[in-house]
Design a protein around this ligand. Structure first.
Ligand SMILES: *Cc1c(COP(=O)(O)O)cnc(C)c1O
Length: 359
């Protein structure tokens, strides 16, 4: 199968072969060194300051989202959440469950957030802003610089879910004064699902140590303390952490985060221009695109039928949408081990479907 979803995505052969090895015992100096290297490289690729920290949680991206909310915030906070799709909605539900006061900004489908929308929340006692910088469910990438400026002006604790944006779109925690950045193993990191990562600025580390969350597994104080020596409080997904280590070193050797982002951008661009060139009846629905994904609205056919036909007859996975977008939108991912030749395979399949009146 050729995989154009947004996670899990295809891994490099070298990463796959690490996954085929026996999983080693992990309370060792050797494994600690690998974990410290993972922390160093993730921080480097996130543009984090030297005194920032990265913690690795065994659990999918949502585990890190919940850990971030529970550990950084209390009922004394007042959050501003950008809710433009199912991942924004997830932060809303997390705040409801954990009784953290919040307000929502709800951008229209396919649209970003404007300066005017933000200004309505200026000077109203908010303590933090929470955003999924690339709302993967709709393919909208919000304006990070705009949000960052607003957070600076209002002195807001800036929390960015960059689960699908990290290594696909430019992010610089220092320049954009991001306090917490969240990512996961199965998106642009292109490893199996199971590990999520939170990068914390010094300000975020201090906030976490000053809190007393009602949980054990997701208590970031013990993750930070154990992480000091390259360890985790509980048995982590050791095999995936070794695959992440391989992948991070490969990115480093190939020119770092910038080179990886450029590569993803060029694959996205190649796909989008081939769509146009071949006059395929598919409309790009977002006005503010991430490099990670192209959200498409078919002009004639059902989006879900297209997903099924590509899967069953062409051995190609694209990403279907859920809820009321199921028939209207599907997404083509550009992350993972993909090439322009793979794009051509997908475009040829779409042309063939058009000729068969299936598109
Ligand atoms: C994939 C993703 C998540 C996490 O989803 P999991 O299924 O828990 O890994 C969260 N936020 C965004 C923006 C995502 O793309």
């Amino acid at each position: 199968m050729l995989n154009f979803t947004v996670g899990p995505v295809m891994s490099d052969e070298a990463v796959l072969s690490v996954g085929a090895e026996q999983v080693p015992y992990f309370r060792t100096q050797e494994f600690s060194e690998i974990m410290l290297e993972n922390e160093y490289l993730i921080k480097k690729f996130a543009g984090a300051a030297e005194d920032a920290r990265a913690v690795f949680i065994t659990g999918s991206g949502t585990a890190a989202m919940e850990a971030a909310i529970v550990n950084a915030f209390t009922s004394r906070d007042k959050l501003l959440i950008i809710n433009g799709g199912s991942f924004g909605q997830r932060f809303v539900e997390l705040c409801q469950i954990h009784k953290i006061p919040f307000s929502e900004i709800r951008p229209a489908f396919g649209k970003g957030v404007t300066a005017d929308q933000l200004q309505q929340f200026s000077g109203r006692g908010y303590t933090a802003l929470v955003v999924n910088i690339h709302e993967t469910s709709t393919g909208v990438c919000y304006d990070l610089d705009l949000l960052s400026r607003f957070c600076k002006e209002e002195n807001l604790f800036f929390t960015v879910d960059a689960i699908s944006a990290f290594l696909a779109d430019p992010i610089d925690m220092q320049k954009q004064q991001i306090d917490m950045m969240i990512t996961g193993s199965q998106k642009a990191l292109a490893c199996p699902p199971g590990i999520s990562v939170i990068v914390l600025s010094k300000r975020a580390v201090d906030r976490v140590y000053g809190n007393d969350p009602h949980c054990m597994y997701l208590d970031l104080r013990s993750a930070l303390r154990n992480g000091d020596r390259g360890q985790t409080p509980f048995t982590p997904a050791v095999g995936i952490l070794l695959q992440i280590n391989k992948r991070l070193k490969m990115i480093h050797d190939a020119g770092g985060a910038e080179a990886e982002i450029r590569k993803t951008a060029s694959i996205a661009e190649d796909f989008r221009s081939a769509l146009k060139e071949n006059r395929l009846p598919l409309e790009i629905v977002s006005q503010s695109l991430s490099n990670a994904v192209t959200p498409l609205h078919p002009l004639h056919a059902s989006a879900y039928d297209i997903f099924l036909t590509l899967k069953d007859e062409y051995q190609i996975w694209v990403c279907p949408n859920g809820g009321d977008m199921k028939e209207k939108v599907f997404r083509v991912g550009h992350i993972g081990c993909l090439t322009v030749e793979d794009n051509k395979t997908l475009i040829d399949a779409l042309i063939d479907m058009k000729n068969r009146n299936l598109l």
